[in-house]
Write a protein that binds this ligand. Structure first.
Ligand code: GLY
Length: 346
């Protein structure tokens, strides 16, 4: 049977697998281990930690957990961990998810006082028959697992941002400022993001996906969500298939940006499905952004979404809706390399 006839006779799922395999066959060198994470500002520290595991033969699962924990522990990070901006009641609530090469997944949402929501998400995955725990139930489970629940106390940066926000208390949740060329103080966007020491803006969410030396994939995603969000609001990060998805046969994807848009499109799942059809990670992310633009009821100029992805062959890429999104890649070929994404809108 020649290749064309074979393709015709296979089912859709089969075709996807075949195209992907044939692509992988022609890919001369499979790159692994490999880790990528959203943003370069926080991505270098996160990838460094993940790489310390991957480069010593450790698992992608351990690598992504340790990797994103660096952002959770960074008290100056405006948008991840307990140092991040609070909701509009002044309380920090955190979301996280994790997924491994066996299709196991765990998530927590709307959790207060927890230093490492990603580790709790992993415990949900490994120690319960469930996928997601939220709010007080998640806190109770954390206590049972010996994790400390800290009282709500805003970091210095978050307190300052919150005080500024309270002056107008405008409910206009805009997640990323990187699409604006203006400095924060001149921008019309009412959410003031923390600035890093080098003058660059900080960003929301860390999403990380990795492949280890055995060829196993895992991913993790953790965030405080939108600054000054409505109490109880949960974004895409803890939703498996939206903020994160891993299929060990195909690849893994994660997202950063306005979670509502990503949830609407099952964004990370969609990226993996496009990779299943044979698309390079960059093209798969682009097609997911295209889909998002087709169905969003929101003005696409007013929101930001970026996807990043890796495939089983160790290729990686990403694509965003608006300009200004970047990610960090680490492998034996590139050390914490910054990749600036192409975007749908200019
Ligand atoms: N992407 C993070 C959020 O929307 O909460």
């Amino acid at each position: 049977m020649n290749r064309r006839t074979l393709l015709k006779t296979l089912s859709l799922g089969g075709i996807g697998t075949l195209i992907f395999n044939s692509k992988a066959e022609t890919n001369k060198k499979t790159i692994r281990p490999l880790v990528i994470s959203t943003w370069h500002n926080q991505g270098v520290a996160a990838n460094t930690a993940a790489w310390s595991i991957l480069n010593n033969g450790g698992s992608a699962l351990d690598a992504v957990e340790l990797g994103v924990q660096q952002s959770e522990n960074d008290v100056n990070n405006c948008c991840v961990g307990l140092g991040a901006n609070p909701d509009r009641e002044g309380i920090v609530t955190l979301d996280a998810s994790i997924m491994d090469h066996m299709g196991r997944c765990g998530a927590v949402a709307f959790v207060e006082g927890l230093k490492s929501p990603i580790s709790l998400a992993r415990m949900v995955m490994e120690k319960t028959p469930h996928v997601m725990l939220v709010g007080q139930g998640a806190q109770q489970f954390a206590r049972e697992q010996g994790m400390e629940i800290l009282p709500n106390k805003l970091s210095e940066n978050a307190q300052e941002s919150y005080n500024n926000w309270l002056i107008k208390s405008e409910y206009q949740p805009v997640i990323n400022i990187e699409q604006s060329n203006k400095p924060a103080e001149e921008s019309k966007i009412t959410v003031p993001p923390a600035k890093l020491e080098n003058g660059e803006f900080n960003h929301d969410t860390i999403g990380m996906v990795a492949i280890d030396s055995k060829g196993n994939l895992s991913g993790a995603c953790t965030t405080s969500g939108m600054a000054f969000k409505m109490r109880g609001r949960v974004g895409d990060s803890p939703i498996i298939g939206a903020g994160l998805y891993v299929d060990n046969k195909i690849g893994a994807a994660t997202s950063s940006g306005n979670g509502e848009e990503v949830i609407r499109t099952c964004g990370s799942f969609l990226v993996v499905e496009f990779m299943r059809q044979g698309y390079h990670p960059t093209d798969a992310c682009k097609k997911a952004v295209q889909r998002l633009m087709e169905i969003t009821p929101t003005n696409p100029k007013s929101v930001q979404i970026g996807f990043i992805a890796i495939n089983k062959a160790g290729e990686h890429g990403g694509f965003s809706l608006n300009p200004g999104f970047d990610y960090t890649a680490t492998s034996n070929e590139e050390l914490h390399q910054k990749h600036v994404l192409k975007s749908m809108l200019k």
